[in-house]
Write a protein that binds this ligand. Structure first.
Ligand SMILES: Nc1ncnc2c1ncn2[C@@H]1O[C@H](COP(=O)(O)OP(=O)(O)OP(=O)(O)O)[C@@H](O)[C@H]1O
Length: 353
């Protein structure tokens, strides 16, 4: 009697002729159908390149192994492995050539920084990433706020990244490819690692993650001017920066410190976003400047950069079917402001050809 499990085992040991990785590891055996009475086995197998002499050779090996298991006839169909899986193995085989950190890479890095916590830096990072994706750009987002990761929850991500071969596949949400420390700790446990380990973790986010082609990779930095911000500065010398502040003049003063550090490390600041700028009454349309006024202007002036936008105080309309607590819909007034900021970013930092 022909057994599917036994067939999977013997075929799984064969290797993809180009990647030299076993079919089992590649999850390449897509389908096995057995007709016991006719002793017929039909198979569907994925490989990295089809219609080649190597495919023919593999075909012969499979047919003879299946016959050794007792089959009298074998039907075999090949299909191509998904591109991201092929790329993930090619990357590890060909070293760092496709890495985001390699010199020829066309991705523009944009770090979102703030002088202190709680000003809405993560909210801005998430919504700017979504806005750029809505504008048709290929966007990645690294939640580099390694101690205080919040991006997965904010975007309503419940999945965890898949690991294929030696590569991590980012989770895609609203068209944005996301990686967060939150994916790699159990039960929301706080992260107590220190400097060097964190630097390594961040490095892994660049080298071990299969990002594919990206126009923009946004980094939600931890607040302040700590280790991780420094690591980003040294790892990504060409990284651009957006500074988020609240309108209070003191907040702007603290944010200027993050700005000063960016300048010291030659990171170009492209602009300032003032978050929680005002509260607009739904009834009268009157604006109340709850957290003060003028901080964004002051900061922009001090750093000699434009203000990219002012975001009022308001929560997104939560949608129970597609819950993402911090993502504003495209037609929400704040969603539109983010689209404008996204457009401004694409003008200041055009996609590299
Ligand atoms: N424009 C806004 N209107 C209403 N609530 C907001 C706005 N921006 C941010 N918030 C809320 O403020 C809180 C802090 O925001 P967020 O986590 O983005 O700040 P953060 O600067 O990244 O903080 P931390 O650096 O401490 O992680 C969150 O609860 C968020 O939902």
């Amino acid at each position: 009697m022909l057994q599917e499990e036994a067939l999977r085992k013997v075929i799984g040991q064969l290797k993809d002729p180009f990647l030299h990785i076993s079919l089992e590891e590649l999850h390449a055996i897509e389908e096995i159908k057995i007709k016991q009475e006719k002793k017929h086995v039909s198979l569907r197998i994925s490989i990295s390149k089809i219609n080649t002499p190597e495919q023919l050779q593999l075909q012969q090996q499979i047919v003879s192994l299946v016959k050794e298991e007792g089959a009298e006839s074998v039907g075999l169909r090949f299909q191509e492995l998904p591109q991201e899986i092929i790329a993930s193995y090619q990357d590890t085989n060909e070293g760092e050539s496709n890495s985001l950190l390699s010199p020829g890479n066309k991705t523009t890095f944009v770090a979102i920084a703030s002088g202190k916590g709680g000003v809405g830096k993560s909210t801005v990072s998430v919504n700017l990433a979504v806005a750029l994706a809505r504008l048709g750009k290929k966007v990645g987002l690294i939640d580099a706020d390694i101690y205080g990761f919040s991006v997965p929850d904010m975007m309503g991500i419940t999945k965890r990244p898949e690991v294929i071969g030696e590569k991590i596949i980012p989770v895609e949400r609203f068209g944005v490819k996301v990686i967060s420390m939150g994916f790699f700790v159990e039960d929301n446990a706080p992260v107590i690692w220190r400097g060097p380990m964190l630097g390594k973790m961040l490095n892994n986010f660049f080298t071990e993650v299969e990002w594919g082609d990206l126009d923009y990779l946004l980094l939600d930095l931890p607040p302040g001017t700590g280790d991780v911000a420094l690591d980003v500065h040294s790892m990504l010398p060409a990284c651009k920066e957006i500074i988020v502040s609240t309108p209070h003049p003191t907040a702007a003063f603290v944010a200027a410190r993050a700005g000063a550090m960016a300048l010291q490390t030659d990171h170009e600041i492209i602009g300032v976003v003032e978050n929680m700028a005002y509260f607009e009454s739904a009834k009268t349309g009157e604006k109340e400047y709850v957290f003060g006024r003028g901080g964004g202007e002051k900061l922009a002036e001090e750093l000699r950069v434009p203000q990219l936008g002012k975001i009022p105080l308001q929560q997104p309309d939560w949608n129970d079917d597609d819950f993402a607590p911090s993502v504003y819909a495209a037609d929400h007034p704040i969603g539109r402001i983010y689209t404008d900021i996204g457009q401004e970013v694409t003008k200041l930092l055009p996609v590299k050809a």
